[in-house]
Design a binder for this molecule. Structure first.
Ligand code: PMP
Length: 410
């Protein structure tokens, strides 16, 4: 694999040229939100300048153009993640969180009851953890958690123990946004299916930076967010197998999701529109397509290799510091492009603040995995996360800032 031409890539992201107090921005908060290349901004601005209109209902030219772009965006996403059923299997949501809630409310509230079990992992993001915890409380279903081992991986023996004939749903994160672990999701899905349970995979940290084929994984549901993959905020994707989506009740009611409405009754539109009530994210769908085009032009395998290289370099630099504790597996093919850590004598928030003084943007906090942080025995961690435009020189600046923080707090 030829490595990325990061210099050329950076030119497409003018935001990376910003300076703060004379220092150039080093953006290492990509697991939260990635930056947006010109091509995505241009596609969205062309939409507003050239063919902005509401979709589905219009007879006029603009509405027809907007409708075609919006509908075809579903086809493009389907192709990108290997969903052979096409647009029927692709529901646009606000983000990954809404995709989780859609399945929780629509499938969970109707299908779960006392005696049923939902199996999650200890490394779930709150998006799935809180959703299933609360749907569990409302339906009487029990929620269980697959253990995370000392080295930050899923305990698959425990998974086989927990997933039983009582299990109705297994929901697991594909790549952990805190530990960086790439989980063996196809194996988990197979275990779930052996017990006739469904499997929901949270791909928010996977789709942006590695090839993902939902049918190879055999996930029943798979979710991700546009803003973590060089696309716009405000749009996420729920993939679902067609026959399962077909059997589910809508989650939101209103315009566009109906076929026939009387004062007494309503019937539902076909997939995926049944799950897309009201005026949808049209400009964002256009932007998401431009982001997919952008990523595919670089090549998902090359992006994955670049992320692995960045993570390995950061891990090694941080690991060389005696007072830095790193969470998650050692570098390798089962670690994605982020590193969470703590500096012994400095709180993660102070560390992030000192980094910010050097224009180095990282995240500090629990990264929406509070129970996992409890298990790690810390309230917070610092997290550096990488994307296509990051360089080893930027990671060096991160390490320099750590030296600075240590001196300040010594
Ligand atoms: N799951 C994972 C693994 C994530 O990293 C995130 C974002 N931090 C989410 C879910 C939620 O994504 P969003 O905020 O776009 O809904």
């Amino acid at each position: 694999l030829e490595s990325l031409d990061v210099g050329a890539i950076r030119e497409e992201f003018p935001i990376l040229q910003r300076e703060f107090s004379g220092e150039q921005l080093v953006y290492l908060d990509n697991a939260a939100t990635t930056q947006t290349p010109d091509s995505v901004v241009d596609a969205m601005s062309d939409y507003y300048r050239e063919y902005n209109a509401n979709v589905h209902r219009g007879i006029h030219h603009l509405s027809q153009e907007a409708s075609i772009a919006y509908e075809e965006a579903h086809d493009r996403v389907a192709e990108f993640i290997g969903a052979s059923g096409g647009r029927e299997e692709i529901v646009f949501t606000k983000n990954t969180t809404e995709a989780e809630n859609l399945v929780g409310y629509s499938w969970g509230l109707n299908e779960l009851g006392p005696g049923d079990e939902v199996v999650l992992t200890e490394m779930e993001h709150h998006a799935s953890l809180v959703t299933w915890q609360q749907i569990g409380k409302r339906t009487g279903a029990d929620v269980k958690y697959i253990r995370v081992t000392e080295d930050g991986r899923l305990d698959m023996d425990h998974a086989r123990e927990l997933i039983t004939d009582d299990t109705a749903m297994v929901s697991a994160v594909h790549v952990s946004n805190t530990l960086g672990t790439v989980n063996p999701v196809s194996e988990l899905v197979d275990i779930a299916h052996d017990r006739d349970a469904l499997a929901f995979i949270d791909g928010a940290q996977a789709v942006p930076n590695r090839p993902v084929d939902v049918e190879a994984i055999d996930a029943d549901f798979y979710a991700f967010s546009g803003h973590k993959m060089a696309g716009p905020t405000g749009i996420g994707v729920l993939y679902g197998k067609e026959e399962i989506l077909e059997s589910m009740q809508p989650y939101l009611y209103g315009g566009d999701m109906i076929t026939k409405v009387t004062f007494e009754e309503s019937t539902w539109n076909e997939l995926p529109w049944k799950f897309e009530a009201g005026t949808p994210q049209i400009a964002e769908a256009v932007g998401l397509v431009a982001a997919i085009d952008y990523l595919e032009e670089i090549g998902m395998e090359r992006i994955e290799a670049h992320e692995e290289e960045m993570a390995r370099y950061a891990y090694e630099q941080l690991d060389a510091e005696p007072d830095v504790e790193i969470y998650g597996p050692e570098p390798g093919s089962d670690r994605g492009g982020l590193v969470s850590f703590n500096l012994e004598s400095v709180h993660a928030h102070d560390l992030a603040s000192i980094m910010n003084d050097h224009a180095v943007a990282i995240r500090a906090g629990d990264h929406c995995t509070q129970p996992l942080h409890d298990k790690l025995g810390v309230a917070a961690s610092a997290r550096a996360s990488f994307y296509v435009y990051n360089t080893k020189e930027e990671i060096d600046k991160l390490v320099d800032a750590i030296d600075d923080a240590r001196q300040l707090f010594a």
